[in-house]
Design a protein around this ligand. Structure first.
Ligand SMILES: Cc1ncc(C[n+]2csc(CCOP(=O)(O)OP(=O)(O)O)c2C)c(N)n1
Ligand SMILES: [Mg+2]
Length: 323
């Protein structure tokens, strides 16, 4: 099990991982605008502390489900940027041989048992995985990531209810980025703290600073320990913000002026960076060097991914029609 307070090496690794996700997402936007990525994209710049802090609380054999905005979860779970880029570009070297695309990054061998384009679909899947562990008397737990909007979907309530009654070892993680597709959460939801939705299901509901990777890690570690000890599920609400629009080229004009800038003042990467610099662990120069190094890796990964072939028509058909 992951320790609650992390050492310097671990915090530097979190810093690197958040930078990797940020640069990956920026590159995805560039590739999408250049026509190299087809379909759609849902990016997570600004939210990086949530997947990085949470997934680092998982142990080998634990699993997680996530959403169409799941590139951060996939990378934090150990998928290489090249494999992820290849999937987004529809190439055979992608994690799903290029037929899944941006909304379907998966690597079951590492515990990422899938992202879902259907809002709220991942939560009951995680409850099922958790019940599998429990019935087989295995010590593993399941995490499930979804948005604020998903807490208004029936499956969310059904999943929490069933998980609580059966004491399933599952951790429900709301990435509350303040918006559904284009609607502010307060226009669709009558409460501010979505963690309160744990109350009717008799499980802990915890509000967490989703900009602070250490706070995320600590809250998820506590919930994981509780689940592993047989005490059942928890609901954690990560308060965070997505810097870009909902998807593709959405300019997010529906947001009030100054909101984005306010959230950027508590950027998760810069927040951890400032702490690491103040503690003498990672200087500002070192941080700049890490960013440059990771940018170069991301550029190389995208170039390599673009060289892989597309699947043949025959192969794509084989996933659609039975013999
Ligand atoms: C069942 C279902 N209803 C509607 C949609 C269309 N849709 C896609 S994303 C989205 C917004 C969900 O918002 P939230 O859960 O807050 O996640 P975020 O996009 O902010 O990460 C909607 C309504 C969908 N994909 N699935
Ligand atoms: Mg949202």
């Amino acid at each position: 099990m992951s320790e609650r307070t992390a050492g310097a090496d671990r915090r530097v690794a979190w810093y690197r991982q958040m930078v990797e996700i940020r640069h990956f997402e920026d590159k995805v936007q560039e590739l999408f605008m250049a026509g190299l990525i087809q379909g759609t994209t849902h990016l997570c710049q600004g939210q990086e502390a949530v997947p990085v802090g949470a997934i680092s609380a998982m142990a080998r054999g634990d699993v997680q489900t996530n959403t169409y905005r799941g590139h951060g979860e996939a990378l934090a779970n150990g998928m290489s940027p090249e494999t992820a880029f290849a999937e987004l570009m529809g190439r055979t070297s992608g994690c799903s041989r290029g037929v899944g695309g941006s909304m379907h990054l998966i690597d079951a061998s590492k515990g990422n048992i899938g992202s879902n384009a259907i809002v709220g679909a991942g939560a009951p899947i995680a409850v099922g995985a958790a019940m599998g562990f429990k019935l087989r008397k295995e010590p593993q737990v399941a995490l499930t990531f979804f948005g604020d909007g998903a807490t208004n979907i029936g499956t969310f309530h059904e999943a929490l209810n069933m998980a609580s009654v059966w004491k399933a070892p599952v951790i429900f993680i709301i990435t509350n980025n303040l918006y559904g597709e284009y609607s502010p959460v307060r226009s669709t939801t009558p409460i501010d703290d979505l963690a309160r939705r744990a109350d009717p299901f008799a499980m802990p509901g915890v509000v967490v600073d989703g900009q602070d990777v250490e706070a995320v890690h600590s809250a998820v570690s506590t919930a994981v320990a509780r689940a592993r000890a047989g005490e059942g599920p928890s609901l954690l609400e990560m308060k965070t913000y997505r810097y870009r629009g909902h998807s593709r080229s959405d300019p997010a004009k529906y947001r009030p002026e100054g909101e984005l800038e306010r959230w950027k003042q508590r950027d998760p990467i810069e927040l951890l960076g400032a702490k690491l610099a103040a503690e003498g662990i990672l200087s500002a120069d070192h941080q700049a060097a890490i960013k440059a190094e990771i940018q170069a890796e991301i550029d190389r990964a995208a170039e390599r991914a673009a060289q892989a072939p597309y699947p043949t028509l025959e192969e794509t058909r084989s996933y659609v029609y039975a013999d």
